[in-house]
Ligand binder design. Structure first.
Ligand code: ZN
Length: 234
């Protein structure tokens, strides 16, 4: 949509902060208050890896920009409710970090952790897809959401313990896409134990990918054993 269209649409549907949902200027993504909070939540992959010392991950590198709390948590929850502004903001923040580590031209495609058909139908969209597409656009690389699938399951990840999540991750399926020699950037909303991203990375590597990089908007900076059962997925 062009800027004039967005301005007119805002008269009908006021633009709201991607985190706290207050009304904001038609061309803004977040309110000043949430921007300040997010600045304070900035973190690096090293902060997350520090909580996972001694663990091996199959990806070539991992990216994450916010600690999953306060405004970052609000933004991700709002994204799950269908609001798009936080996804756009986080997508461009992630793109900056990716660009500093990997020349975008080396990334063949951006994909995301899939959701089941039932859940997608219920929500009408997938929040990891929104983030993945924002990241792909910010990097100027193709987005491809047809690489992995998730089978439907009656279990939601937040109902599972950390160790059960590793098993739950098995419901992801690869497709027949040939990724021979490709570099794939895999995205998700939150990096917690890493089990979801690990499983999806393994599948992409099985499909021939030469390298997979993992990128999550936010991460939990606590050890997996400290994660409370009511916490979010991934
Ligand atoms: Zn706000």
């Amino acid at each position: 949509m062009n800027r004039a269209g967005a301005f007119l649409l805002n008269l009908l549907y006021p633009n709201r902060c991607g985190c706290c949902k207050v009304r904001i200027a038609w061309d803004a993504l977040l309110c000043a208050d949430c921007l300040e909070k997010l600045d304070a939540l900035r973190c690096t992959p090293a902060d997350w890896l520090c909580c996972h010392k001694g663990e091996e991950f199959p990806w070539a590198g991992v990216f994450t920009v916010f600690s999953y709390e306060s405004a970052a948590r609000d933004g991700i929850l709002a994204m799950k409710d269908g609001a798009q502004n936080f996804g756009r903001y986080a997508g461009s923040a992630l793109a900056e970090q990716v660009r500093a580590a990997v020349p975008p031209a080396e990334i063949d495609c951006v994909t995301w952790v899939p959701v089941s058909a039932v859940r997608r139908h219920r929500q009408g969209y997938a929040h990891a897809e929104l983030l993945g597409k924002s990241l792909a656009e910010a990097l100027g690389r193709p987005a491809n959401g047809r690489l992995l699938k998730q089978s439907d399951s009656s279990l939601r990840q937040h109902q599972l313990s950390a160790s059960e999540r590793a098993v739950f991750g098995m419901v992801f399926r690869r497709t027949n896409a040939d990724l021979s020699g490709q570099t794939v950037l895999l995205t998700d909303d939150v990096l917690t134990t890493g089990s979801t991203m690990r499983r999806c990375t393994e599948l992409l590597l099985e499909m021939g990918a030469a390298r997979v990089f993992a990128a999550a908007a936010a991460c939990r900076l606590r050890r997996p054993r400290e994660v409370q059962p009511e916490n979010e997925e991934n």
